[in-house]
Design a binder for this molecule. Sequence first.
Ligand code: LLP
Length: 403
Amino acid sequence: MPFVRKEGRLALQQAGQDIDILTLAQSESHPCYIYDGDDVLNRLKALKSSFDRPVSIHYAMKANHHPEILRRIAAAGYGVDTVSMGEVKKAMKCGFSADQVVLSGVGKTVAEIDFAIENQIKQINVESVPELQRIIHRSQALGKVASVAFRMNPDVDPKTHPYTSTGFRDNKFGMDQSFLPQLIRLVQDSQGAVRFMGLTNHIGSQIRYTDAFEEATEKTRRMLDHVLESGIPLSTFDIGGGLGIDYDQYDPNKDLAEIGDYGLKMSQALKGVDLEIMTEPGRVIVGRCGILVTEVQYVKETPYKNFLICDSGMHDLIRPALYRAHHRVEPLQLKSGETKIYDVVGPICESADVLGYDRRFEGVEQGDWLAVFDAGAYGAVMASSYNLHEPAKEIVFFDGKAY
Ligand code: LLP
């Protein structure tokens, strides 16, 4: 269980001890991300055991690529989903072997494809016909076989934010069924330059409506059966990532129940599929594990609106500004006093620089520290240098030790 209250103060419980977050934050005296690494590994385990069959988890490192987190995930034997040469290189540096690396993404350059082929990574998830043509061409030039899977677009509404929906037919991602004959012909004509591994889909992120996963899996499965019926042997079926978390509240048991429910649903939808099942989760693994801590610089009260002006903002955590995403914000130490409503904002010269709208605080003062919760996924990795504030430091704890 990541972060708990101990006599009103937020603490991280690990290895039988309580790490006091306010003491840690004050010693850093700067906004920082604090991660519970043990929780990451626990959630990976929970996801794996939620399936009633073996499943190969490829952690989507775009969500959080702290090197110690990657090292631990690699050491625990999981794979990794990457979307750039930078990610592939970092993953391999942190201990993932090439046969645990999947490369996704719509815009792979020649350099990225060459790097993937040279290193013989497990699977390149292909998103378009010209991409497959490029891969075949580069495989032939390099004299090495590339393992490819086709990312299908099952045209499903995942009922999530439009910016994080990827499985609609008008999204730039994946290909619909009508492309399959052409793709297969290209593979067959490539004279062994590429190995056709299987199909994949990824319909979006922060998906709370899990029926969408069933629908996407069923639709993609029908395409898979179609390929298998035509006598082409396949090895993998990659069901993507996207499982969301409840940003409004945190109940560890509910979280585990939701992971369990997802695994069960997917297991049902995959009954009879005799291939290696792969998944690419990001947020559900690391989202809960992180908080962003920030100090209140000014309490600014006006006749129209009250603000807690903090030293962290959209440059460290852009999700509220970009998606109007909700993150719980709480003081590191609970206080009593007058209760007022504030917008929690940062120092950036933009009115979108908000960490939380209309939040209730009791007795809050200049110099207090706040925690922005569920910031472990798509937090530090999406930070920017805008306004040139020093970036938030990242500290991860494993077994009570800081890295
Ligand atoms: N696989 C592929 C091909 C992806 O594009 C993604 C995420 C994942 C797996 C992992 O999805 P997850 O399990 O984390 O939902 N910046 C947004 C999220 C963008 C997700 C991009 N792709 C946010 O802050 O909500």
